[in-house]
Design a protein. Structure first.
Length: 135
């Protein structure tokens, strides 16, 4: 699959660890998730919920630091504090920023997520700028 690509699905409740780490995520329910196994990694992404588009960072994969058993597609929406469980969202994966990695601790994971967020915000600040010619 070439970038950008979009995955849509219903938001389901995860294990809430992202919220505890300061990076709450919307987890997608994908009944045929094996179709996405070759796309593992961390991405700069945009997320459409309702009629609004938010910038964010997404992970496709097995979360090797946590359990390595379950496959997830999850996205952290920047500056977003709403509950959207049960809602349909669309995630556009804009740029892949790194492979999914295993960290020795949750602290190392959070440190990397902070770096990922900075990189994603930088990428998206250029790509998602509003067009000054539109009103």
């Amino acid at each position: 699959m070439t970038l950008p690509f979009t995955i849509s699905g219903k938001v389901i409740k995860g294990n809430q660890l992202g919220k505890k780490l300061g990076y709450p995520t919307a987890n997608l329910y994908l009944p045929h998730s094996s179709a996405f196994h070759h796309l593992t990694g961390v991405y700069a992404a945009s997320v459409k919920t309702g009629s609004v588009v938010y910038p964010g960072m997404a992970n496709i994969g097995f979360r090797p630091t946590l359990d390595r058993l379950s496959f997830t597609v999850e996205v952290h929406l920047f500056d977003f504090r709403k509950e959207i469980y049960g809602e349909e969202i669309s995630i556009q994966f804009i740029e892949r920023i790194r492979d999914e990695l295993r960290f020795n601790s949750l602290e190392e994971l959070v440190s990397q997520m902070e770096k990922d967020e900075k990189e994603c915000r930088k990428i998206l600040s250029v790509l998602l700028k509003p067009d000054p010619n539109t009103k």
